[in-house]
Design a protein around this ligand. Structure first.
Ligand code: BES
Ligand code: ZN
Ligand code: ZN
Length: 478
């Protein structure tokens, strides 16, 4: 989506979007803009309300924001207008930015408008959203300088749109190879290095936990390694490591899922969040070094699948007893974490994954589960999430939970076998592979990566994590 800044509406004809903060409902003074007066009995800026007036060759859409509004609600309101009013848009649309808008509010508004172009009907004949047509330019009217915030908003939403696509496309399209190709393309376009280990290279490297998960699939696993280095690095440049779960479909393996399998194309959403964050970090040219790993595999049912009770050997040399083949995410993450920490030694390590049903049971669809032994990281991650409406809440990593992963036959087992504290014991398992890293955090996003909302009839992707990871890294850099 392209934008231009215009000084006023002189000579403009088309649709005008006018955000309005709430005024006193019984105010006698009507809201007035561009010669159009709206009686306060009809519209007074109440949150989630809007009012349309056609006058002077223009369609005026007054958009209620309430008395105060947070980032996420503002973004949702503009996503709604963009997606549900698209028929009335035509090729000329102007956005009037209120003077009191902060840079973050400008960002939320513009990225909401661009996100509203997302259409889940990937396999249907649908017309382009007017914002995506060649030659379309959104006219922005603002008394303040907003170019930087507008540009940033477009970069954020562009990365999020890519990730909505990746997560919502079906698993017969998005297989591990599709993801490694996507990373290559994005790396070339935005400026980060990508190296992929296929089956043979992964075997040679000793990525035994990762490979065991993909054994039952026709689709070759891909261990994707990405590196972003900013233009000017010095001794103080921070180095962040990311790992994302890239299971392109989770049948459960031989411990086949009896419920919820339908939605398991979302099991690469953590990996997708890492891909989106890499694109966005490179696009924003953040002054940090980032190394990211997304182990991509499909957990399928086949004679070649790994078996419950198998003992496998991870990259770190740890032996793992497989109690349940459906606890596969922690296996690919274990190798991802070990490989990242051993070979790249980043200062901070964050992993993100749709890891457990237990985290959904605990938090529902409202926030991700956060695990870390580093209170400063915990605070920074939560603050970054709160600022943009991608919330996190911390759960414990106490030593008493370690017995859940103690095995009789091997160094560790991949599941406690008990239907309690599932998200915590999964996190304890991952911790085992972090070499006691002092600044590691694990984000279990099973409840927030894929869900129901007003934008479609069925569950679909949210792009949770793309902005959160980027914001956290951006905040670290200053
Ligand atoms: N991919 C699932 C977790 C999941 C659940 C993601 C709901 C998205 C929505 C994960 O691999 C899984 O199957 N976890 C099991 C682990 C159990 C067998 C130890 C779970 O949480 O039930
Ligand atoms: Zn599983
Ligand atoms: Zn899974």
């Amino acid at each position: 989506m392209k934008t231009i800044t215009i000084k006023n509406l002189e000579g403009f004809s088309g649709t005008i979007l006018i955000p309005v903060f709430e005024t006193y409902a019984k105010s006698l003074v009507p809201i007035e803009f561009h010669g159009v007066a709206v009686p306060s009995k009809v519209f007074y800026g109440k949150k989630d309300s809007h009012y349309v007036v056609e006058k002077y060759d223009c369609l005026h859409i007054f958009i209620g924001l309430g008395k105060a509004i947070d980032y996420k609600d503002l973004k949702t309101i503009f996503r709604r207008i963009s997606s549900k009013q698209k028929e009335s848009f035509g090729s000329n649309v102007a956005l009037v930015l209120p003077e009191q808008f902060s840079a973050e509010q400008v960002e939320a508004t513009v990225s909401g408008l661009l996100l509203g172009t997302y259409d889940l009907g990937h396999f249907k004949k649908t017309e382009n959203h007017p914002f995506l047509n060649d030659g379309f330019k959104l006219s922005i009217i603002s008394k303040k300088e907003t170019d930087e915030a507008v540009l940033k908003a477009i970069k954020i939403a562009t990365a999020q749109l890519e990730i909505l696509n990746l997560v919502d496309l079906p698993p017969n399209v998005v297989n591990p190879k599709y993801l490694s190709n996507w990373a290559n393309e994005s790396g070339k376009k935005y400026g980060f290095e990508v190296e992929t280990l296929g089956f043979e290279a992964s075997k040679k490297a000793g990525l035994g936990a990762f490979l065991s998960v993909g054994k039952g699939s026709e689709n070759e696993p891909q261990f994707v390694i990405m590196n972003y280095v900013p233009e000017n690095t010095n001794a103080k440049t921070k180095h962040i490591g990311l790992v994302g779960k890239g299971i392109t479909f989770d049948t459960g393996g031989l411990n086949i899922k009896t419920t919820g399998m339908l939605h398991m194309k979302c099991d690469m959403a953590g990996g997708a969040a890492v891909f989106g964050a890499m694109q966005l970090i490179a696009d924003l040219k953040l002054p940090v070094k980032v190394t990211a790993i997304v182990p991509c595999a499909e957990n399928s049912v086949d004679a070649k699948s790994f078996l419950p009770s198998d003992v496998i050997h991870s990259y770190s040399g740890t032996s793992i007893e497989i109690i349940d083949t459906d606890a596969e995410g922690r296996l690919v993450l274990a190798d991802g974490l070990s490989y990242l920490i051993k070979n790249f030694k980043p200062e901070y390590v964050i992993d993100i994954a749709t890891l457990t049903g237990s985290s959904v049971g605990t938090f529902g669809y409202e926030c991700g589960a956060l695990f870390t032994n580093n209170e400063s990281i915990s605070k920074k991650l939560q603050e970054s999430g709160d600022a943009i409406g991608e919330r996190l809440w911390q759960l414990p990593l106490w030593e008493c939970y370690k017995s859940d992963i103690e095995s009789d036959i091997a160094d560790v087992k991949n599941y406690s076998g008990k239907p309690v504290a599932g998200a915590i014991s999964a996190a304890k398992f991952l911790e085992y592979f972090t070499e006691e890293h002092k600044a590691w955090a694990h984000l279990d996003i099973a409840g927030v990566a894929f869900g129901d909302d007003e934008f479609a009839k069925s569950k679909h992707a949210t792009a949770y994590g793309v902005h959160l990871l980027t914001k956290f890294i951006e905040n670290l850099s200053h």
